[in-house]
Ligand binder design. Structure first.
Ligand SMILES: [Zn+2]
Length: 149
């Protein structure tokens, strides 16, 4: 009998698949993305992901980005939880259906949650991107931006 012959599948395989990994929560992914952004000095894009580290394949940064991307996609494929949808609807109603940054109407389907504990709000994706960027750069940088408008 050749030595390379594989053992037949055993019942242990099914048991392993059933255990799986701990359930991923939106908070976990948000914290991981925030930690990555801080570490590499980047801001999340409109999808809520850090920018792709182009030209940096096989680096630690690239591996971390891929892990975040997969976690983010795994969450997105699940769809928003009903709790989250309720929270978004609630905030949108309190904002009279408008984005607090540009003051234009915003639809529930497109809103992004700016989950600061002091003042949570729902914004247009580009408006949240602007806020996130400004937070990272600081108020003084924002003054310099104003001077260039
Ligand atoms: Zn807006």
């Amino acid at each position: 009998m050749p030595r390379t012959r594989k053992a037949p599948p055993s019942g242990a395989l099914g048991a392993r698949a059933a255990r799986g990994r701990p359930r991923l929560t939106p908070d976990d992914v948000r914290d991981r993305i925030a930690a990555y952004c801080k570490r590499y000095g980047v801001a999340p894009n409109a999808e809520g992901l850090p920018p792709f580290p182009g030209g940096q394949r096989e680096t630690q940064k690239h591996r971390e980005w891929m892990a975040l991307y997969k976690a983010h996609r795994r969450l997105a494929s699940r769809g928003p939880s009903s709790d989250l949808v309720e929270q978004l609807q609630d905030l949108l109603a309190r904002q009279h259906g408008r984005c607090p940054v540009c003051r234009k109407p915003v639809e529930l389907a497109e809103v992004r949650l700016d989950a600061t504990s002091a003042d949570p709000a729902v914004l247009h994706p580009p408006c949240l991107e602007l806020v996130t960027l400004a937070r990272g750069l600081g108020a003084e940088a924002l003054d310099r931006v104003r001077a260039r408008l």
